[in-house]
Design a protein around this ligand. Structure first.
Ligand SMILES: Cc1cc2nc3c(=O)[nH]c(=O)nc-3n(C[C@H](O)[C@H](O)[C@H](O)COP(=O)(O)OP(=O)(O)OC[C@H]3O[C@@H](n4cnc5c(N)ncnc54)[C@H](O)[C@@H]3O)c2cc1C
Length: 365
């Protein structure tokens, strides 16, 4: 290993900043190139739901980041209740269910918090070419949050083409309660969700699959009609949100992390924790020569399990969603979620892959 490697990081999102933080801890100061004029992922502010259950085998994501990486991140609020709605059913889970964070340029946002942990200056509005960087640096960490560069390198495979529309809404809300809606007319096998900022404001988001911009608008209108909420819509945003994986995370001296490395879960399209973990893993691999795939194996494996579940859920009709949510009402499921650390994702993926007609190959990594 070279003693003081020259490292370039493309993208100052959660993955890129986590990489910078870990590198600095080990005495390496990277150059960070950010295309936008500020940090904040895609430029708009929205809440992030860190629902503990979705990150199993990790029990508590905030504690995990603190214990494993020494990262102290402040949540806006804890999640104490999740209300689920399907076409003809509803269910509620209560307990210590997770955390609410903010994504976007806001100074309370997760990227601002990460930025405050690092010393390196970020070079904003920089237009860089990964091939040139690759020639001028010992290592280049691609943390651009999109599949473009891995596609150019021929290592990307899209598993699900996703599209997100969202809005900031003003009304009266319980700041600890998150809502999730699953109905074919507006989300097909995706879902809508609401995560509050506080008791007066929140982010309403629709995660759609296999629809383009026009279809997404129709789905969004159906979603809003079906909710019939008496709220004020303040800010709208939309973005493609493709989910896929890469065949390898290292190509010559390039590392692919965050969304650019396929670290986004294929069932809920959530990814903050694993994007962070993948950025830190690239730093460990660069400085200590550790195997990147081994360091991130837990997340890659979990995503494969979630992809198995996704393939199964893709075939659901409204009645299937109604029935699935009966399970949430059972005391057994509730205590499994709130009182144990059982890896429910693993168990359910085994079950669903057995029943799914379009099976997912068991081992990608
Ligand atoms: C609307 C929405 C809601 C979400 N909700 C949740 C949630 O509730 N929970 C959850 O866990 N996850 C959620 N996610 C996913 C989560 O936001 C992502 O997993 C995470 O932000 C990805 O981190 P990243 O660092 O890979 O990319 P990003 O955070 O997108 O950062 C990439 C950065 O790279 C910059 N960049 C791009 N191209 C270049 C270039 N060529 N050169 C230099 N810089 C470049 C971008 O400007 C950006 O700052 C959500 C995503 C969206 C879009």
């Amino acid at each position: 290993m070279k003693k003081n490697p020259r490292v370039a990081i493309m993208g100052a999102g959660v993955a890129g900043l986590a990489c910078a933080y870990e590198l600095e801890k080990m005495g390496v100061q990277p150059d960070i190139f950010e295309m936008a004029k500020q940090t904040g992922s895609r430029g708009f502010n929205h809440t992030l739901g860190w629902i503990n259950l979705m990150y199993r085998p990790v029990q508590d994501p905030v504690m995990h980041l603190k214990e494993k990486y020494g990262l102290k991140l402040r949540a806006m609020e804890e999640i104490r209740r999740v209300n689920f709605y399907t076409a003809n059913n509803s269910a509620t889970l209560e307990g210590k269910l997770g955390y609410i964070f903010l994504s976007g340029p806001d100074e309370r946002g997760i990227t601002s918090q990460l930025k405050s942990h690092i010393e390196t200056d970020i070079q904003y509005e920089s237009i860089t070419n990964f091939r040139e960087l690759s020639q001028n640096y010992d290592h280049v960490v691609v943390a651009t949050g999109t599949p473009e560069i891995p596609k150019l390198c021929g290592i990307w495979k899209t598993d699900i083409s996703g599209y997100v529309r969202g809005a900031t809404v003003k009304g009266n809300f319980d700041p600890k309660t998150v809502g999730m809606w699953m109905e074919k007319t507006y989300s097909q096998s995706g879902y809508g969700y609401f995560v509050p900022w506080n008791d007066r404001k929140g982010s309403l988001i629709l995660n759609m699959l296999e629809v383009g911009e026009y279809g997404a608008k129709l789905c969004w209108d159906n979603f809003i009609d079906s909710l019939g909420w008496d709220v004020e819509y303040e800010e709208f945003y939309e973005t493609p949100h493709n989910i896929g994986h890469v065949s390898k995370h290292q190509v010559e001296n390039l590392y692919f992390v965050g969304l650019a490395g396929g670290f986004l879960d294929p069932l809920f399209a959530f990814g903050s924790i694993e994007c962070l973990a993948s950025g830190a893993a690239a730093a460990q691999s660069i400085v200590n020569g550790k195997d990147f795939t081994k360091l991130t194996h837990m997340w890659l494996r979990r995503n494969q399990q979630l992809l198995m579940m996704r393939r199964y859920v893709d075939k659901f009709k409204d009645e299937d969603f109604d029935r699935a949510f009966e399970v949430i009402k059972t005391p057994g499921f509730r205590s499994l979620v709130t009182r144990t650390n059982v890896n429910i994702i693993y168990l359910l993926s085994k079950l669903t892959n057995t029943f799914a007609s379009k099976k997912v190959d068991r081992v990608l990594y």
